[in-house]
Design a protein. Structure first.
Ligand code: RB5
Length: 147
């Protein structure tokens, strides 16, 4: 199950992603926003982050205009590793090496074709573990000290 969220800047791309997930038979829940009216991206970053760390949702996908604000917000939730990706290589390696559990996209930065490719890679790539697990643990240690 995937948790989705966006502000108004990411709303149209989120709709495209929902259609794409429907076609692939992948279940998701949309945590808002539900209209194109101007709204505040931190709220949706936090909601999706909470959903993912609750364990009820395997991964999250969050979208705003740049993908930056909403990823910063989601990363304030303990246990979230949100990665802003604008290319396929980053999407693959943030899963393989960082075990990113939330994908952030910038709807005003990349087009829908590339965004859907990035989504597919993010959802279909496994964490490699090994030496990367130790590094992810070090990130958690920072979180424990500062958040
Ligand atoms: C909204 O205008 C815009 O600031 C937001 O979507 C995002 O780009 C913030 O980082």
């Amino acid at each position: 199950m995937i948790a989705l969220g966006s502000d108004h800047g990411g709303y149209a791309l989120k709709k495209e992603i929902m259609k794409h997930l429907d076609e692939k038979g992948i279940a998701y829940k949309d945590f808002g926003t539900y209209t194109e009216d101007s709204c505040d991206y931190p709220l949706y970053g936090e909601e999706v982050g909470k959903a993912v760390v609750s364990g009820e949702y395997e991964r999250g996908i969050i979208i705003c205009g740049t993908g930056i604000g909403i990823s910063i917000a989601a990363n304030k939730v303990r246990g979230v590793r949100a990665a802003l990706c604008g290319d396929c290589y980053s999407a693959e390696f943030t899963r393989r090496h960082n075990d990113a559990n939330v994908l952030a996209l910038g709807a005003r930065v990349i087009g829908p074709g590339l965004a859907l490719k990035i989504v597919d890679i993010f959802l279909n790539t496994e964490f490699e573990g090994g030496r990367h697990a130790k590094r992810v643990d070090l990130i958690s240690d920072i979180e424990a000290r500062h958040i």
